[in-house]
Write a protein that binds this ligand. Structure first.
Ligand code: GDG
Length: 499
């Protein structure tokens, strides 16, 4: 890592709430940075290296005011957040207003004007940081719902930039979105971008509808003509670009002998039940963890399954632990797990093996390999990468994916067993179907799922988005050129008239 604080300008700038690096402080106080191996980093790293790129974001801790530095070949530009910014902009407006609102109000959104004020202020800080490091005409790619005002802020200070925005979470139907007291500002904020990407076609059409209801801009899918007083009309493209994972790296991990060995150990540790079911989620109310526990608990109670034969492993990684809805959810889930284990567990077999912590990636791969059935019962989910990771790891073409139709992944993973998580009887019947599925059907379904995930990986996703963005920028110039020509012609004709 080097830290120079220079003012170099970058041709490709990614802006996201969280930086792709974590600050590590050793016992002796020495500080270093480790790159988190998330899908976004993997997808954008080659683009970053090829294009002289920088990443603007928050380092995850309060009041860290750091100069730009380099980590693993990526230029890192930290944005500082105070404890109050974290409370109001991040935990408040992002995670307690926008998150529940954009996930179909599964939990009630809170609307507070001080949170909104902080959201505006912090978005401006991110926009300013990006504007400072972006080279003339650079591509700036803004990520996710925490930064929806950044595109317009950037457009105003740096009209030369090519601006993209990708929303990782759903965009809600207008009937829900219209609750937001600052709905028009958010729409206009997003419309500062040249391309706005969503996970599903339905999200893109919800957005276009909100544009029609709240503004006078003309929409003709996927284009929106943004007309602002005193400015030339701009064309914005709003469409879906379903995100994916680095499938090859998950498969490579799963193929390692030590990971396969670990998968066998996990099954042994569970008492070698006939069926291992798995759930992996951030502990979030959108993930439908309670619904899947209810279905499983009822199957045990009715005797449709026996605790000797089946175990549910639930990884619930800690998330947003200072937001009240998340504290309540944790209590609720852990009470239910305790009840089910108390009612049905034996000295040798637990019904649910519950883990409230995060695991390293190789342990996740081993869990995916150990699981006969993966349960994804999200009530609303932008995509759900866990479903795709499971499929990528199953090079043995085995395993059954039960997937909620309310997760974006269900648009693509059609040969999963699709469920409506609100229909508890339906979930129960699908679990029984998964347990009893013959090997030939498991193989044929998993093959089809794998084809999709391997062909449509995260590199293809970022290429698709960036190609559209470059095309939109090229079209912008083509559109401006004839306009300028027309102006010139008019001026020439006027002069002739005057002559
Ligand atoms: C948002 C949207 C959209 C989880 N626990 C551990 C762990 N994870 C990893 C998973 C997966 C990721 O976290 C979770 O991704 P999801 O897509 O399932 O869900 P969100 O966190 O809600 O992500 C979502 C996504 O953005 C991308 O656009 O799909 O809809 O809500 O990669 O593997 N990883 C490790 N240990 C854990 O304990 N190593």
């Amino acid at each position: 890592m080097t830290s120079t604080g220079d003012t170099h300008e970058y041709d490709f700038v990614v802006v996201s709430n969280r930086l792709p690096v974590d600050r590590v402080v050793d016992a002796d106080g020495t500080e270093s940075w480790s790159t988190s191996p998330g899908g976004l980093v993997t997808a954008l790293e080659p683009v970053m290296r090829a294009a002289d790129g920088a990443w603007v974001g928050w380092a995850g801790q309060p009041d860290l005011d750091l100069p730009p530095f380099e980590s693993d070949g990526i230029r890192i530009v930290p944005v500082a957040l105070s404890e109050t910014d974290i409370e109001n902009y991040y935990e408040g407006f992002s995670n307690d207003t926008l998150w529940p609102l954009y996930h179909d109000v599964i939990s009630s959104p809170s609307y507070h004007r001080v949170w909104w004020d902080s959201y505006v202020e912090v978005n401006q800080r991110f926009a300013d940081a990006a504007a400072r490091v972006a080279a003339p005409g650079a591509i700036v790619w803004v990520q996710d719902y925490q930064l929806q005002l950044v595109p317009r802020m950037l457009r105003e200070s740096r009209p030369d930039l090519i601006i993209g925005f990708f929303n990782h979470i759903p965009f809600p139907p207008y009937g829900i979105f219209s609750q937001l007291p600052w709905r028009t500002q958010v729409i206009e904020g997003l419309l500062g971008a040249d391309v706005i990407g969503f996970q599903r076609p339905a999200d893109a059409s919800n957005f276009s509808r909100a544009v029609r209801r709240l503004t006078t801009h003309a929409t003709k899918n996927p284009a929106i003509e943004v007309a602002r007083p005193g400015q030339p009309t701009r064309r914005v493209i709003a469409r879906s670009f379903p995100i994916s994972i680095d499938a090859a790296s998950f498969e490579a991990l799963a193929r390692e002998t030590r990971v396969q060995q670990r998968a066998r150990e996990i099954r042994e540790g569970l008492g070698n039940p006939r069926t291992v079911m798995l759930g992996v989620d951030r502990l979030d109310y959108t993930k439908g963890i309670g619904h899947r526990l209810k279905a499983f608990g009822e199957l045990l109670a009715e005797g449709s399954v026996n605790v000797e034969d089946i175990t549910l492993v639930q990884v619930a990684s800690p998330s947003r632990e200072r937001v009240e809805a998340y504290m309540n959810l944790r209590d609720e889930i852990e009470l239910t797990v305790g009840r089910i284990n108390g009612d049905f567990g034996t000295m040798r077999h637990q019904a649910i093996s519950y883990h409230h912590h995060g695991y390293p990636r190789d342990e996740m791969a081993a869990l995916y390999l150990a699981a006969d059935v993966l349960l994804v019962t999200a009530l609303r989910d932008g995509m759900n990468l866990v479903a795709k990771e499971y499929v990528a790891c199953r090079f043995d073409e085995d395993g059954v994916l039960i997937l909620s139709e309310f997760a974006g992944a269900s648009d693509e993973l059609k040969r999963a067993l699709l469920v409506n998580p609100h229909d508890i009887d339906g979930v129960k019947a699908t679990i029984l179907q998964a347990i009893a599925m013959p090997r030939a059907e498991r193989r044929s379904r998993m093959r089809a799922l794998r084809k999709r995930v391997i062909e449509h990986d995260v590199a293809r996703w970022s290429r698709g988005f960036l190609d559209t963005l470059r095309q939109a920028a090229a079209d912008r110039h083509d559109r401006i050129a004839p306009l300028e020509l027309a102006d010139d012609l008019e001026w020439t004709l006027d002069r002739r008239k005057g002559d």
